[in-house]
Design a protein around this ligand. Structure first.
Ligand code: DLL
Length: 436
């Protein structure tokens, strides 16, 4: 089946350095194809476009996209499982699904061409992260319905790397393999990379002296403080990797090894907007808001103006690495993960960067939210480092309380726990326990 032109997504590094004018022309052409494809093949889009009074022919310029309706997670749920697919199910070569905390999972599908596009984008992302053909890639992301494991797997093979498909879990064995097979690249969530560092240290293995060089980490919010801690403990340079199943999986954006200041969003494959999460109005370049993504080359599951709920800002200033694709500033978290504690807005990742700055605390924490009457209360549970004596726990907790109040204006209770008491995860960490 043709996409817009038949120019397949080869792994072509020159695409990453296209002039922004050429990139916009390419985007417009691919967007016109995508709108037509979605309209002609997905009843949901036909109805939604009609309700907004637009047809695919109304898109003459990229700016016309703002006349088209948003797509939200609920549209996927309402059309579960295959209702938003734009090709017959027998043209779909692979399904993935995200678990979804409430009820039905979200099912996403890929044609053979989509899998090819994805592998090419992942190969590009891995190269951007600093991986090279011939590297040994230790892939500790979950394999299966989660897009992380297989997404990176296909991309690493496409780049010409050797992949160890370890998946998440059995951390002692992971540490042994990383060491014995002499991996160059570690792929994981940031919290699981920290778990690997922790187990390696407990076993007395010095991964810092191993060949490990780079780690594209993502799938969950993380702070620069956690990055610094991981780089030091694992002896590598980690970069931020962003993506979501509804759009393709990982491979939407990757930070470059050279600059590490925001993830390059691949604009030949996706169109990025940032909107005001309340009013839905597009915001000017540089202003933080909710990220909205439109796919430009997806066959099975085209997405028009998908509201990711992720909070970021776009930056189209030239990057010193030479890539021209814009950058997504570090994702603070999802709109719905933002805590509002007595009127103060707070993302768990903000608390993380603060906790990592306190001497004696380990990078393992959970935020517990309770409701007392009409007020929400926050308890910060954080582990002490192994060498911290028990008598120091209460003073440490008071430091956390006082500093969070001074830094973010948040009144909280802090509890310092013994090493190992905060639950660990093999994939995405649970940072918030909401008991409301
Ligand atoms: O997490 C895809 C992925 C896997 C990306 C591995 C990178 C590495 P989902 O399970 O659908 O897909 O979850 C997507 O996770 O909307 C964000 O809220 C969050 N997320 C993903 N990457 C980051 C990141 C994969 N680098 C959801 N920083 C997204 C912050 C992230 N949040």
């Amino acid at each position: 089946m043709p996409t817009d032109t038949g120019d397949r997504f080869m792994f072509q590094p020159e695409i990453e350095r296209m002039s922004r004018d050429d990139l916009r022309r390419l985007q417009r052409r691919r967007l016109q194809w995508t709108l037509r494809h979605a309209h002609d093949n997905v009843p949901h889009y036909r109805t939604a476009f009609a309700a907004a009074g637009v047809t695919p022919d109304d898109l003459r310029d990229l700016d016309d996209l703002r006349r088209f309706p948003f797509t939200v997670k609920d549209d996927l749920r309402a059309n579960y499982p295959f209702g938003l697919f734009a090709v017959p199910r027998d043209q779909v070569r692979r399904l993935h699904a995200s678990s979804g905390t409430t009820g039905k999972p979200t099912v996403v599908g890929y044609t053979g061409d989509d899998l090819d596009t994805w592998a090419a984008l992942m190969a590009r992302s891995l190269a951007c992260a600093g991986a090279r053909p011939g590297d040994l890639v230790h892939n500790a992301l979950g394999y299966g319905l989660f897009t992380g494991g297989l997404g990176f797997h296909d991309g690493a093979q496409r780049l010409g790397c050797t992949v160890t498909p370890v998946s998440g879990g059995a951390t002692e064995r992971q540490v042994g393999l990383l060491h014995d097979l002499r991996a160059d690249v570690l792929v994981a969530t940031p919290s699981y990379a920290m778990r690997i560092a922790e187990v390696a240290e407990a076993e007395g293995r010095r991964l810092r002296d191993a060949p490990l060089r780079v780690a594209p980490l993502g799938g969950e919010p993380w702070s620069d403080s956690l990055r610094d801690a991981l780089d030091a403990r694992l002896g590598l340079r980690s970069v931020d990797s962003y993506g979501l199943s509804e759009i393709i999986g990982p491979g939407v954006a990757m930070e470059c090894q050279e600059v590490r200041d925001g993830a390059h969003g691949w604009e030949d494959a996706f169109l990025f907007e940032v909107i005001d999460p309340d009013g839905g109005e597009p915001l000017p370049m540089g202003e933080p808001g909710e990220l909205v993504i439109t796919t430009l080359a997806k066959q099975a599951l085209p997405m028009i103006r998908y509201r990711t709920r992720d909070i970021t800002a776009l930056d189209d200033a030239p990057c010193a690495c030479g890539r021209t694709h814009l950058r997504l500033k570090r994702i603070r978290g999802r709109n719905d993960d933002m805590l509002i504690i007595r009127g103060v807005n707070l993302f768990p990742s903000q608390v993380e960067s603060f906790l990592l700055g306190v001497d004696g605390l380990a990078p393992h924490y959970q935020l517990v939210v309770r409701r007392a009457g009409s007020l929400d209360s926050l308890t910060v549970e954080v582990e002490a480092l192994p060498d911290v004596p028990r008598e120091a726990y209460d003073p440490l907790a008071r430091t956390v309380q006082k500093s969070l109040k001074a830094m973010a204006g948040v009144t909280c209770r802090a509890v310092v726990l013994r090493p190992g008491e905060v639950p660990r995860s093999d994939g995405k960490a649970v940072r918030v326990r909401d008991l409301r």
